[in-house]
Design a binder for this molecule. Structure first.
Ligand code: UDP
Length: 445
């Protein structure tokens, strides 16, 4: 990749403090760093990333006053949290940027403020200081239709623009994200739309070939250019930014398993399940007879460690065939030769990580964009199977066998390998993500 010359340019990246947003932002930071930029990461106090994992970046924590705002930090109050962060962090970010500008050497400059799209206040701060604001989109580009189409009837945005993703129910997507979905959602959407209009560019963690239809629609409506430079984690090496400790034991366990035999089950950092779900999943995995690696993170079942909910007789039945950890080094797991399938909640990072490694998916979305991602995986790209309705052990067992053993699964896995090859092409010289990144640094920075 081309590097900068003697210019001393700094990029300031503003984090939205949740795992699925911290990871892509720090990966993007690694990409820009590899292009010669100095990096400052500004983050709220809540869920601070660990600076010692990224010694090449400068980290600045800003007060978020979340305790004073009395916002619940659960996914159920997602929209109120977004609103509180945007209200509370604007003044501290401005002060922090002014300080950086004051203390900077004369030959240095801030090339831009790259902010998570949910931290849209950063665009206003960038405008006030005369700096370019660039919004980073850690979701499928299709979700951007929300941000760029000023449509009074939200329900019909996806329906009109993306027939290939139907049926998609907006109500289902926003349920569980806000106690009062309509009001809070509208407020966030209007503010995000406003920021997008004023931004110099948008960077999306996606690849052109995955979302051709959505991207062409977005380009039609969006006032700001969009640069598709995903998957971020493959463009430059980046250290882990996990908030929970990764359990390396599962890698040595995977080393002992047959190639493509293991189903890896993980539901990301936010999704929550019921006690009964844990029991059904446990018996579904046990009865499938496949080796499995299952992440039960503390809080997966609200207020519980999760593992104490495993049913009696389960451990005896599975023995060494199952490995359960609290948090896995997921990118390494998906790249491991023993992994043949990924049972996922369809978070966008997990989706891209799986696509990049050619791993077929079993999909059980929980909320938000996960339903949209599931439709891409199962019905557009056809590299996964949908697990719909309530979690029930017999259905789980059947779905795992369909994906891991049956002829249907072989076809799905072949398609997943084809997508992996296409993804590799995107990242090479001349590929769409590679070129888009170079274009971004030339035109915007
Ligand atoms: N992840 C991980 N270890 C785990 C589970 C998840 O490192 O045991 C990482 C995963 O690689 C991904 C992120 O956490 O980068 C989850 O993001 P995603 O968008 O998939 O889901 P979210 O957590 O936002 O719902």
């Amino acid at each position: 990749m081309e590097k900068l010359g003697e210019q001393a340019s700094r990029l300031v990246l503003v984090i939205y403090p949740f795992q699925g947003h911290i990871n892509p932002m720090l990966q993007l930071a690694a990409i820009f760093h590899s292009k010669g930029y100095s990096i400052t990461i500004v983050h709220p106090e809540f869920n601070s990333p660990n600076p010692s994992n990224h010694p090449q970046f400068t980290f600045i924590s800003i007060p978020d006053k979340l305790l004073e705002s009395k916002v619940s930090l659960s996914p159920g109050d997602f929209m109120s949290l977004v609103l509180a962060l945007n209200k509370n962090c604007a003044a501290p970010l401005k002060q922090c940027l002014k300080r950086i500008l004051d203390e900077m050497h004369p030959y240095e400059r801030i090339a831009g403020i790259v902010y998570d799209a949910l931290m849209y206040f950063a665009q206003t701060v960038a405008d006030d200081l005369g700096l370019p604001g660039i919004s980073m989109r850690p979701t499928a580009a299709a979700m951007l239709l929300f941000a760029v189409i000023p449509h009074p009837d939200q329900e019909s945005v996806f329906e009109n623009q993306l027939p290939e993703l139907q049926p998609l129910q907006l109500k289902q997507m926003v349920a569980a994200m806000s106690e009062n979905p309509t009001d809070a959602m509208s407020e966030v959407r209007a503010a995000a739309l406003n920021a997008t209009k004023r931004s110099s560019a948008m960077i999306a963690n996606t690849m052109d070939f995955l979302e051709e239809v959505a991207l062409s629609k977005i380009k039609e409506y969006s006032p700001a250019p969009i640069f598709t430079i995903g998957p971020f984690h493959k463009l430059a090496p980046s250290n882990s930014s996990s908030l929970l400790k990764e359990d390396a034991y599962c890698i040595s366990w995977l080393d002992k398993q047959a190639p493509k035999s293991v189903i890896y089950a993980s539901f990301g950092s936010m999704a929550s399940l019921s006690k009964q779900d844990i029991v059904e999943i446990a018996w579904g995995l046990a009865n499938s007879e496949q080796p499995f690696l299952w992440v039960i993170r503390p809080g997966l079942v609200l207020g519980s460690e999760g593992t104490e909910l495993l049913p009696e007789g389960f451990q005896e039945k599975v023995g060494e065939r199952g490995c359960i950890v609290k948090w896995a080094p997921q990118r390494e797991v998906l790249a491991h030769d023993a992994v043949g399938g990924f049972w996922t909640h369809c978070g966008w990072n997990s989706t891209l990580e799986s696509v990049s490694e050619g791993v077929a998916m079993l999909c059980k979305p929980c909320f938000g964009d996960q339903f949209l991602n599931m439709r891409y995986i199962c019905y557009v790209w056809q590299i996964g199977l949908e697990l719909d309705n309530e979690l029930e052990r017999g259905k789980i067992e059947g779905a795992i066998k369909r994906l891991m053993v049956d002829i249907e699964g072989v076809e799905i896995r072949n398609k997943a390998m084809d997508l992996k090859k296409k993804a590799e092409i995107c990242l090479r010289e001349g590929g769409t993500s590679y070129s888009s990144l170079n274009e971004f640094t030339k035109r915007i920075l």
